[in-house]
Design a protein around this ligand. Structure first.
Ligand code: PEP
Length: 247
């Protein structure tokens, strides 16, 4: 039985004042019926992990380098995230792939390093609108999974987030059938590659314009094990009902 996961991606939003949102979220869910991970900007990870100590909220990074240390100005390694209190890291988000030219190979190397450093890797895959309209969605997702997911993973160390690029921050969402088709496909690919045991234990999140008003409908889709939420994770008053819809 996979435990559901509500993950928040704050992207490049939040200064110290935003920590109050974490405190409010923790207070609203002292003993949640699902896992909760918030991924604030790197500058807040240490303070966020301190602020949530003893609560059910885990903290994650939004990216990491594939190397442990070295001459990589501006980058952060998985060890550094872990040292700052993170237990998870988002990798291969479409904004990283677009803004920083990250390839599947890059994502795979980062994920390998993150997992070997003790973090859970939340690897994002998703098609563009043009790819969906050309009926290439499953080919694209299959290629991203094969290229971005490293070998030797478990249900503890890997989470997949299906995030159609055209649904991120747009208010658009796929239909329940479209989400279900992709999640079933991802599940089948995971089982084929890693075997039924591991393949069935990896959680598959949906991401893209999840909000309180559509969360329950999305979470009712088979093989949706939770959500990766951007905009609606910034404020506890929005994220808390999404968490509740998962519990
Ligand atoms: C995201 O960036 O991972 C995301 C899903 O954003 P939003 O929820 O704002 O669409």
């Amino acid at each position: 039985m996979r435990r559901k996961l509500a993950a928040g991606n704050w992207k490049m939003n939040g200064t110290g004042a935003a920590l109050a949102e974490l405190e409010a979220l923790a207070a609203a869910h002292p003993d949640p019926g699902c896992d909760i991970v918030i991924c604030p900007p790197a500058t807040l990870i240490h303070r966020a992990s301190t602020a949530t100590r003893g609560t059910a909220i885990a903290i994650g990074g939004q990216d990491c380098h594939a190397a442990a240390s070295g001459a990589h100005t501006g980058d952060i390694s998985a060890e550094m995230l872990s040292d700052a209190g993170a237990t998870h890291v988002i990798l291969g988000h479409s904004e990283r792939r677009a803004d920083h030219g990250e390839t599947d190979e890059d994502v795979r190397a980062k994920a390998r390093h993150a997992i070997d450093s003790g973090l859970t890797a939340i690897i994002c895959v998703g098609e563009s609108l043009a790819e969906r309209e050309a009926a290439n969605t499953l080919d694209i997702i299959g290629g991203q999974l094969a290229g971005s997911v490293p070998d030797l993973v478990t249900g503890e160390t890997l989470v997949i987030a299906y995030e159609p690029i055209w649904a991120i921050g747009t208010g658009l969402t796929p239909t329940a059938d479209q989400i279900g088709e992709v999640h079933a496909f991802i599940r089948a690919r995971l089982e084929r590659r890693f075997g039924a045991g591991v393949g069935r234990s990896v959680r598959i999140l949906y991401g893209g314009s999840v909000k309180p008003s559509n969360a329950a409908e999305i979470f009712a889709v088979p093989d949706v094990d939770g959500a990766l939420v951007g905009g609606a994770s910034l404020h506890a008053c929005d994220f808390s009902p999404i968490v509740s819809a998962l519990e």
